[in-house]
Design a protein around this ligand. Structure first.
Ligand code: ADP
Length: 299
């Protein structure tokens, strides 16, 4: 039997990234200092970073066909990230983000087009063999109703297994959307972004994790990253823990910092680290990422 893996379910996308001395003005004709294509999407970036940390990962999501789809698939192939259960669609494009990185502020401005690629549904998820995974991470997306069903399927599977063989479920709530709220109490580990926390009415990471902790599953962990203020988390013992951010000498590229953080935290939790050590490790890894271009080389 093959070794068990981590399955990351969500988006793979093309990022067209222009690095600029400063953010351009509207209608300005300005030169970028560099421009590149890279593979993005939260779940794909989670898998990319975890693979570099030595965790065997599979990516599961929708894929289109054509040049852009080939580009992102090559990214997975080159890094040994399995993707055999992805669902192919022919009459649509690859989700694409046009990203402007400003060297003056370290900001990353993202314009995203989904290009009509359908979201994953339960029937695609039913094709995976759950005995192959010990951890399944879901990126909370617009198919939240389907994600609820996928998690129910995993829970049903785990309910018939010994404690050792149960699958840990994590979910990331990033976008500020009401429709993601029903995912809060479904997972063993819940990651929320600053945007989602603010949308829910909280103005600090510690306020957010305290409030979310009363809404998650009994015994679950909640972690909230807050940009250059670091991150807070609460584990099953109910104590709030914090890590400061680790600022690089120069902030070069914050695109995917949150995804790197989530990947680092999952890695650390897999290694049975405490919440405090997990937050520290994830912030260190995300800080390292902010000081370099792209996500290759963080592991
Ligand atoms: P996202 O990329 O999803 O917007 P955040 O901005 O919340 O995510 O960042 C996630 C993590 O990345 C933070 O908890 C922090 O550890 C790290 N991080 C983000 N921005 C910086 C920064 N400017 N300097 C150092 N670390 C950062």
């Amino acid at each position: 039997m093959s070794r068990k893996k981590v399955l990351c379910v969500g988006l793979i996308a093309l990022d067209i990234v222009s690095t600029c001395e400063r953010y351009p003005n509207e209608d300005e004709d300005m030169r970028a200092t560099s421009q590149r294509w890279q593979t993005g999407g939260n779940a794909c970036t989670n898998a990319t970073v975890m693979t570099q940390l030595g965790i065997e990962c599979e990516f599961l999501g929708s894929l289109s066909e054509g040049t852009e789809a080939e580009f992102v698939c090559k990214h997975l192939r080159d890094r040994g990230i399995e993707h055999e259960h992805c669902v192919r669609h022919s009459d649509c494009g690859t989700p694409t983000s046009v990203v402007t990185l400003s060297l003056a502020t370290g900001s990353r401005t993202v314009l995203h087009a989904r290009n009509n690629l359908p979201e994953m549904n339960l029937s695609a998820f039913q094709k995976v063999n759950l005995t192959n995974y010990y951890w399944i991470h879901f990126e909370g997306r617009r198919n939240e109703g389907e994600i609820v069903k996928m998690i129910a399927m995993v829970d049903e599977f785990s309910s018939k297994r010994t404690a050792h063989d149960k699958i840990v479920v994590s979910v990331e709530l990033e976008k500020p959307r009401q429709s993601l709220v029903p995912l809060l109490d479904k997972a063993d580990v819940v990651f929320t972004s600053k945007d989602f926390a603010r949308f829910c009415g909280y103005s600090t990471a510690s306020e957010a994790v305290k409030a979310f902790h009363s809404k998650v599953k009994a015994g679950a962990t909640v972690i909230c990253a807050w940009g250059d203020e670091g991150a807070d988390g609460i584990g099953p013992d109910g104590e709030v823990k914090h890590s400061d951010a680790y600022c690089p000498k120069e902030v070069i590229d914050t695109l995917g910092a949150g995804d790197t953080f989530v990947a680092g935290a999952i890695y650390s939790l897999i290694k049975q680290s405490s919440i405090e050590d997990t937050l520290n490790f994830a912030c260190k890894l995300a800080g390292l990422k902010c000081g370099m271009r792209g996500n290759d080389g963080v592991g």
